[in-house]
Ligand binder design. Structure first.
Ligand SMILES: Cc1cc2nc3c(=O)[nH]c(=O)nc-3n(C[C@H](O)[C@H](O)[C@H](O)COP(=O)(O)O)c2cc1C
Length: 409
């Protein structure tokens, strides 16, 4: 079982039902938030008789949802939106009544409706008197729910609030949290701060024209998503693209190489990994004309000056960064990538061949090789989302062993 925290940035909808154990959910909410989870709370009507919504509003920093047929709430984050928002619905405590309704597929209040409307996993931590737990109906419901792939957390056995002793106590908050870890991804880059550049840059010629390239930004955006999914805190510095930044990514929009450099230098101070995936224009006009250039003459000469090499500038200002470059080549792919890896003193380089029309710029497919100074992995042509996941899967262990060597070396 995984034991490290992979709850950072996970969206957890905490459902609370009418059990005396509801007081334990305050500690649970607090601990989830402390571990970096984004927690929203939904309470059944009975739950509000045991603990106030105000407690959870104060702990989570968000309004607590209690009713289904609420026009005001539907105007904010409505029930379907809330169901889609959640990465996990955790019902703790789950009363015998709620368990029965859940098993029957009822949608007669907000929490049961959300459970039906979500595609995300649902975990329940039962809490009830030992006789209620042992009751045949409860046992049948529990059995049926585990066959339907609901995650059952507990219950524990021991002294009960009513004075009985036996099974039915809700698990303690640390035990519930421990059981949640395996429900999420590996957390291979948990809490690692990553800055990624993506897309093309635009170098102004005059107020209406610019120099640029065919980069769509798809690879960088897919990488940003894969990093977030692996638990990282991601800043995406994006040149102009038509894409929407993935959820949970802090996106900074820039136009020119100089703007991208500026943002990169600022973000790098707070980053562990810098991934330079943008197709930065190599040259820019020495000056951009302040007025639109007229087409009076038959020819026009543009004076260009080399743009700064962003990854080199970033690594020389932050030598402790783990630096990942991209090499888009049209010939001698691996040889050129190896040279670039050494010349720029990168930790990893991802090489892709942009000479083939079905791969690389502007399309959804990419074929890449990932190189360090002592290893080489390659991936056949695959969708960019799969390429991004593959890159992160290989990058994470390389980063962690680099970090260990740095600490001990
Ligand atoms: C003092 C008190 C404590 C209760 N504790 C529990 C409990 O721990 N577990 C449980 O299943 N029901 C318990 N109940 C009964 C539930 O509150 C009741 O079945 C309620 O309808 C549950 O509603 P809900 O499932 O919509 O939250 C308790 C009732 C009272 C009055």
């Amino acid at each position: 079982m995984a034991t490290s925290n992979n709850l950072n940035q996970r969206r957890i909808l905490l459902g609370i039902t009418g059990s005396v154990a509801a007081y334990k959910s305050a500690e649970l909410a607090r601990e989830l938030i402390r571990l970096g989870a984004d927690v929203r709370v939904v309470m059944t009507e009975s739950a509000t008789a045991f603990i106030t919504p105000l407690t959870f509003q104060a702990l989570s920093g968000h309004a607590v949802h209690t009713t289904l047929l609420d026009e005001e709430a539907e105007r904010g984050m409505g029930h379907i939106e809330l169901a889609k928002w959640a990465d996990l619905i955790l019902v703790a405590p789950a009363s015998a009544n709620f368990i029965a309704r859940l098993n029957q597929g009822l949608a007669d209040d907000l929490l049961t409706t959300l459970c039906l409307a979500t595609d995300s996993p649902i975990a329940i931590a039962p809490a009830m008197n030992q006789a209620m737990w042992r009751d045949q109906s409860t046992q049948e419901n529990i059995h049926a729910l585990s066959n339907k792939n609901f995650h059952l957390l507990g219950p524990a056995s021991g002294d009960q609030a009513c004075g009985d002793t036996g099974p039915g106590r809700m698990l303690e908050a640390p035990d519930i949290i421990q059981s949640l870890y395996p429900l999420f991804n590996s957390g291979a880059l948990q809490n690692v701060n990553i800055t990624i550049t993506a897309g093309p840059t635009q170098e102004a010629i005059d107020p209406v024209r610019y120099l640029s390239n065919h980069s769509s930004g798809k690879m960088g955006y897919a990488l940003a998503k894969a990093c977030v999914d692996a638990g990282a805190n991601v800043t995406l510095i994006s040149g102009p693209t038509s894409l929407t930044a993935p959820d949970r990514v802090n996106c900074i929009h820039v136009l020119s190489a100089l703007e991208m450099l500026d943002a990169s230098l600022t973000q790098a101070t707070n980053s562990h990994i810098f991934i330079a995936c943008a197709a930065v224009a190599d040259y820019r006009p020495v000056t951009a004309a302040s007025q639109k250039i007229k087409k009076d003459s038959d020819s026009l000469t543009l004076n260009l000056v080399k743009n700064p090499d962003i990854i080199s500038e970033v690594t020389s200002s932050q030598p402790s960064l783990f630096a990942v470059g991209f090499a888009a080549e049209t010939e001698n792919l691996l040889k050129n990538a190896e040279k670039k890896l050494a010349r720029k003193n990168l930790d990893v380089i991802v090489a892709n061949d942009v000479s083939q029309s079905h791969c690389g710029f502007g399309v959804d497919i990419n074929e890449v090789a990932l190189l360090t100074k002592d290893s080489k992995h390659s991936l056949p042509a695959s969708p960019k989302t799969a390429v991004a996941e593959w890159i992160i899967e290989h990058l994470a262990p390389i980063y962690h062993s680099w970090k260990t060597n740095k600490t001990h070396g």
